[in-house]
Design a protein around this ligand. Structure first.
Ligand code: NAD
Ligand code: MG
Ligand code: MG
Ligand code: MG
Ligand code: MG
Ligand code: MG
Length: 339
C-alpha cells in the first residue's frame, strides 16, 4: 500500500523563516496564500494589476508584481492558469528566480509536457491538492483539510521532499493525508480523472439522463432534481463511507437497479473509450491540442462553452436553485448583487 503521511510526519522547520511567493490569487492561489499565512509562514502574493490583485489586497496582501514577489523568494508556487504559466514564467519568474530556491506547482502539466523548463540550480516540487481551491480554504478554516499529492522533479538542496511536505502541511493537506507521486503520475491521473470521471464523465452522464427523461415527456424540473440535484446527496454518502455506505442508505429497489442497470449504461465499451482518453493523455496528444487551441485564442473552447450554456438544463437549474436559498449558487448570487 502507498504510504500516506500526516501532520506528525512533517518537519515544519525546513519552511520556517523562508519567504514564500504565491503567484496568482484564483481558486488555488487565495487558499494557499491564506492557509500558509494562518499556519505562521511568511507569504507574499505576486500578481498583475486587476481584480485578483484587488482581492488579495482586501485580504491583507501587499500588491506585488510577479517579478517583485519572485525576487528574493525562497519558494515560488505557481498558481496561474496552466495555459498562461509558460509566458509568465519566461517573462517574470525565470529572470528573478534565486539560485537554491524552490519552484513549485499544484499540477504537473507544464513541467511534464516541457512547457516550462526550470534552470538546473533550483529545487522543483509539486503539491497538488485533490480538491477545488475553495475547499482547500474552507476545510482549513474548519480544522480539516483536502488531501494532496506531492512530488519532486529536481532536488538541488537535498531537502526538496521535506520542503514539499512542509508546504503541504502548511496548506492543511497533512490533516487529510499526503501521498508521494511523480509529476508524470499526477499529470496523467489528474487529466484522466477530470476528463473521464469527475467533470467530463459526470456532465455527460447528467445531461444524457436529463435529456432521456425530458425527451420522453417528463417535466424538466423533475428531471433536474433527479439527475443533477440529487447527485450531490448521493456523492456525499460515497464521500463519507464509500459505495457501500451509499448502497446501505438507498432502498433495496434502488440498489437492485444500480446492480442490473448501471452496467448497461457504463459498460465495457465505455471503458474502451476511457482507455482511448488515457492514451491521448499519455502520448501528449491531448496536451498538444489544448496548447494549440490556446495559441489560436480558443475558437473551439468558446463555441462549445456557448453551446453547453444554452442547454435547457442550465435554465431550469438556475430557476430551481433561486428558489432554494440554502443552496449557495454563486451565479445567482452575482446576478442578485448586479455583478
Ligand atoms: P485560477 O484561474 O482560479 O486563477 C489564476 C490566477 O492567476 C488569477 O488570480 C489570475 O488573475 C492570475 N493570472 C492569470 N493570468 C495571469 C498573468 N498573465 N499574470 C499574472 N497573473 C495572472 O487558477 P486555478 O484554478 O487556481 O489553477 C492554478 C493551478 O492550480 C493550476 O496549475 C491548476 O491546474 C492547479 N489546480 C487547480 C485546482 C482548482 O481547484 N482549480 C485543483 C488542483 C490544482
Ligand atoms: Mg477555473
Ligand atoms: Mg484534479
Ligand atoms: Mg486538473
Ligand atoms: Mg430516487
Ligand atoms: Mg439499502
Amino acid at each position: 500500500m502507498a504510504k500516506v503521511l500526516y501532520e506528525n510526519d512533517i518537519q515544519k522547520e525546513v519552511l520556517q523563516n523562508k519567504k514564500i511567493a504565491i503567484i496568482g490569487y484564483g481558486s488555488q492561489g487565495h487558499a494557499h496564500a491564506k492557509n500558509l499565512r494562518d499556519s505562521g509562514y511568511d507569504v507574499v502574493v505576486g500578481l498583475r494589476p486587476g481584480k485578483s490583485q484587488q482581492k488579495a489586497q482586501e485580504d491583507g496582501f501587499a500588491p506585488y508584481t510577479v517579478a517583485e514577489a519572485v525576487s528574493g523568494a525562497d519558494v515560488v508556487m505557481v498558481l496561474l492558469p496552466d495555459e498562461s504559466q509558460p509566458k509568465v514564467y519566461e517573462d517574470s519568474i525565470k529572470p528573478n528566480l534565486k539560485a537554491g530556491s524552490a519552484l513549485a506547482f499544484a499540477h504537473g502539466f507544464n513541467i511534464h509536457f516541457t512547457q516550462v523548463v526550470p534552470p538546473e540550480n533550483v529545487d522543483v516540487f509539486l503539491v497538488a491538492p485533490k480538491g477545488p481551491g475553495h475547499l482547500v480554504r474552507r476545510t482549513y478554516e474548519e480544522g480539516a483539510g483536502v488531501p494532496a499529492l506531492y512530488g519532486v522533479y529536481q532536488d538541488v538542496t537535498g531537502t526538496t521532499k521535506e520542503l514539499a511536505l512542509a508546504y503541504a502541511d502548511g496548506i492543511g493537506a497533512a490533516r487529510a493525508g499526503v501521498l508521494e507521486t511523480t509529476f508524470q503520475e499526477e499529470t496523467e491521473t489528474d487529466l484522466f480523472g477530470e476528463q473521464a470521471v469527475l467533470c467530463g464523465g459526470l456532465t455527460s452522464l447528467v445531461k444524457a439522463g436529463f435529456e432521456t427523461l425530458t425527451e420522453a415527456g417528463y417535466q424538466p424540473e423533475v428531471a433536474y432534481f433527479e439527475c443533477l440535484h440529487e447527485m450531490k446527496l448521493i456523492v456525499d454518502l460515497m464521500y463519507e463511507g464509500g459505495m457501500e455506505n451509499m448502497r446501505y442508505s438507498i432502498s433495496d429497489t434502488a440498489q437492485w437497479g444500480d446492480f442490473v442497470s448501471g452496467p448497461r449504461v457504463i459498460n465495457g465499451e465505455t471503458k474502451e473509450r476511457m482507455k482511448e482518453v488515457l492514451d491521448d493523455i499519455q502520448t501528449g496528444k491531448f496536451a498538444k491540442g489544448w496548447i494549440l487551441e490556446n495559441q489560436a485564442n480558443r475558437p473551439q473552447f468558446n463555441a462549445i462553452n456557448a453551446k453547453e450554456t444554452a442547454h435547457p438544463i442550465t435554465k431550469v437549474g438556475q430557476e430551481l436553485r433561486a428558489l432554494m436559498p440554502f443552496v449557495n449558487d454563486p451565479i445567482n448570487k452575482k446576478e442578485k448583487e448586479g455583478k
